[in-house]
Design a protein around this ligand. Structure first.
Ligand code: NAD
Length: 508
C-alpha cells in the first residue's frame, strides 16, 4: 500500500489513546487496514463532537474509494487462509475477544458515552450486549453443521455452509459498539473478511474494537475499518469484490443502499428506522406499565430503533397515563438521561413537540429548552409526554428519535391495531395487559417483527434473531442469531457415490 502513510504502530496509538483519555481528547481517527492504523488518502475531515458537552473529541477522515480499494484488497488477500481454517479454530479468536471486551468494558463504555452522549450505565449495558453477541458467535460451530442423508442406495447428499468472501457492514450512530458487533463476530467467525464503515458521528469506538480483535489474534486483513460518509457507502455498494452488504440506519438510506447494492447483484440486508407502538389496555398493571413505557421512550435519549415512540391507550387509562408522567419526571437530563446526538437533532425533536402542540395535542411533560448545568453546550432534550395526539399528526407518524412519547386514545383494541398497522414501519410493537387472550389477539395482528407483552423494549436476546418488518427492514432474514448464518454464508450441496454397485439412480 505505497500511498498510505503509516502514522503509528498499534502500540504507539494505544499509548496516545490512553494519554488522551485523561484530557478527553483523542488523536485524529484513522482507518484500520491490514492490521495497521493508517491515514486516509484525503485531507477532508469532519469534527467529532461529544453531545454531552459540545467538546470536540477528534476528527474523522472522509475517506475516498481509494482507501476502500486498499481495504478490500487486504480483505481479499486474507480470505483464502481465514476461510479455510476450521470454524472451531476461527471461533477461538472470539472466545479471546469476549474476555477482552469484558476486561476493557469500562474503557469501551466510556468511549460510547463520550461520542454518542448516552449515559455511562447505558454505555455499559451496550458493551455487555457486545459480550452476549460474541458468546453467540462462539457457539456457531454447534449451529452450522450441515446435513447428510443417504438419498438412494449408496448415494449421499451433503450440505455445508461456505463463507461468501469480502463483506461490508455499514452502521449508524446510536450504538457505536453494539451494532458493529451485531455483524463482526458472526460474519467473521463464519469465515468472511469484513470492511466496517462506522458512522462519521461516532467513529472512535471502532478503533478500539479493531485493537481488541488484533489482540485476540485475528489475522491482519480479516477485519478492516474505513471511515467516511456517502462516498464510502456508495463505493461499498459498487465494489465488484464485495459480496454482501449489511446496513443499519434510517429507512431513507436503507432503501438507497438496498437498491444500489442489489443493483450490483450483491446480497444485502438493510435495516431501517422505526415507529414502535405500545398498546396499553385498561387492565394493565399501572406501576409496571408506567416504568416500562417511561424507560422505553427515554432510554438512550429515545435514540433506539426499539424505543416506544407512540402509545395507543385503549379505553379508561387516565390513571396509567398519570403514572407514566410521574415516572417520566424521575428521568433527569444529564443524570439518568443522556444527550441526543447533535444540535440539529435537538432542534428537530423540539420542532416536533411544538408542531403537535399547535395542532391541539396536550403536552403533559415538556422536555424543550432543557439546559444541564456545567454542560450548556450539550444537546439535551427532557422526557416529553404528549397526550391526545391524532393519528394524522407528524408526531404520531414519523420517527422522532428523541425521548418523546405520543399518546393516542382509542375506544377499542381493533382501533389500536388499525393505528399500529397503518404505520409504514414494523420493527416492534408491545401490549400491556393482564389478559392473555388480548395479548394473543395483538401478537397475531400487530404488523411488526418483534412483539412484546408487558415488555417496553422487546429486543429478542441471543440465540433469537433481531429484525423488523415492512419499512424497518429490506432483504430476507435477520441480522443476528441463527438467521445470520443464512446471510453470511452460501450453501454447497454435494451428491456423492463411491460404491460402483450402487448403480445409476433415477435422476442420472
Ligand atoms: P443514517 O441512515 O443517517 O446513517 C447510517 C449510515 O449511513 C451511516 O454510516 C452514514 O454514514 C451512512 N449514510 C448517511 N447518509 C447517507 C447517504 N445519503 N448515502 C449513503 N450513506 C449514507 O442513520 P443514523 O442517523 O446514523 O442512525 C439512526 C437511524 O438508524 C434511525 O432511523 C434508527 O431507527 C436506525 N436504526 C435502525 C436499527 C434497526 O435495527 N432497524 C438499529 C439502529 C438504528
Amino acid at each position: 500500500m505505497p500511498c498510505i502513510k503509516i502514522l503509528s504502530s498499534l502500540e504507539k496509538r494505544t499509548k496516545l489513546f490512553a494519554t488522551n483519555l485523561i484530557s478527553m481528547q483523542y488523536p485524529p481517527v484513522q482507518n484500520y487496514i491490514n492490521g495497521v492504523f493508517v491515514d486516509a488518502n484525503t485531507s477532508r475531515s469532519i469534527n467529532v463532537v461529544s453531545p454531552l458537552d459540545g467538546k470536540e473529541l477528534s476528527k474523522v477522515p472522509m475517506s475516498t474509494s481509494v482507501d476502500l480499494n486498499y481495504a478490500v484488497a487486504a480483505a481479499k488477500d486474507a480470505f483464502p487462509k481465514w476461510s479455510k481454517m476450521p470454524i472451531k479454530e476461527r471461533v477461538q479468536v472470539f472466545f479471546r475477544y469476549k474476555f477482552l471486551l469484558e476486561n476493557n468494558l469500562r474503557e469501551l463504555a466510556h468511549l460510547v458515552h463520550e461520542e454518542n452522549g448516552k449515559t455511562m450505565d447505558e454505555a455499559i449495558a451496550e458493551i455487555e450486549k457486545c459480550v452476549e453477541l460474541t458468546e453467540f458467535a462462539c457457539s456457531l460451530p454447534q449451529l452450522i453443521t450441515g446435513e447428510l442423508l443417504e438419498v438412494s442406495k449408496g448415494v449421499e447428499c451433503r450440505t455445508e455452509h461456505v463463507p461468501l468472501g469480502v463483506v461490508a457492514s455499514i452502521v449508524p450512530f446510536n450504538f457505536p459498539s453494539m451494532v458493529p458487533n451485531w455483524t463482526i463476530p458472526n460474519a467473521i467467525a463464519l469465515g468472511n473478511c469484513m470492511i466496517l464503515k462506522p458512522s462519521e458521528k461516532v467513529p472512535i469506538s471502532a478503533g478500539k474494537i479493531a485493537e481488541l480483535l488484533k489482540e485476540a489474534g485475528l489475522p491482519d486483513g480479516v477485519f478492516n475499518v474505513v471511515h467516511g460518509g456517502v462516498e464510502i457507502v456508495e463505493a461499498i455498494c459498487d465494489h465488484p469484490d464485495i459480496q454482501a452488504v449489511s446496513f443499519v440506519g434510517s429507512t431513507k438510506i436503507a432503501k438507497i443502499v438496498y437498491q444500489r447494492a442489489t443493483q450490483h447483484y450483491k446480497r444485502c440486508l438493510a435495516l431501517g428506522g422505526a415507529k414502535n407502538h405500545l398498546m396499553v389496555m385498561p387492565d394493565a398493571i399501572p406501576s409496571m406499565t408506567a416504568q416500562n413505557v417511561a424507560a422505553s421512550m427515554s432510554g438512550c435519549a429515545g435514540q433506539r430503533c426499539m424505543a416506544a415512540s407512540a402509545m395507543v391507550a385503549v379505553g379508561e387509562t387516565d390513571h396509567i397515563i398519570q403514572k407514566i408522567v410521574e415516572e417520566a419526571k424521575k428521568i433527569v437530563p444529564g443524570k439518568n438521561l443522556g444527550a441526543v446526538i447533535s444540535r440539529e437533532s435537538k432542534d428537530k425533536i423540539e420542532q416536533y413537540i411544538t408542531e403537535a402542540e399547535s395542532q391541539g395535542a396536550t403536552v403533559l411533560l415538556d422536555g424543550r429548552g432543557v439546559k444541564v448545568e456545567g454542560k450548556e453546550n450539550g444537546t439535551y432534550v427532557g422526557p416529553t409526554v404528549i397526550d391526545h395526539v391524532k393519528p394524522g399528526m407528524s408526531v404520531a407518524k414519523e420517527e422522532i428519535f428523541g425521548p418523546v412519547i405520543s399518546i393516542m386514545r382509542t375506544k377499542t383494541v381493533d382501533e389500536a391495531i388499525a393505528i399500529e398497522n397503518s404505520n409504514p414501519y414494523g420493527n416492534a410493537a408491545s401490549v400491556f395487559t393482564q389478559n392473555g387472550g388480548v395479548a394473543r389477539y395483538i401478537i397475531e395482528r400487530a404488523s411488526a417483527g418483534m412483539i412484546g407483552v408487558n415488555v417496553g423494549v422487546p429486543v429478542p436476546r441471543e440465540p433469537f434473531s433481531f429484525g423488523g418488518w415492512n419499512e424497518s427492514k429490506f432483504g430476507v432474514g435477520d441480522i443476528t442469531g441463527k438467521s445470520s448464518i443464512e446471510f453470511w454464508t452460501k450453501l454447497k450441496k454435494s451428491t456423492v457415490k463411491w460404491n460402483p454397485e450402487a448403480g445409476v439412480n433415477w435422476m442420472s
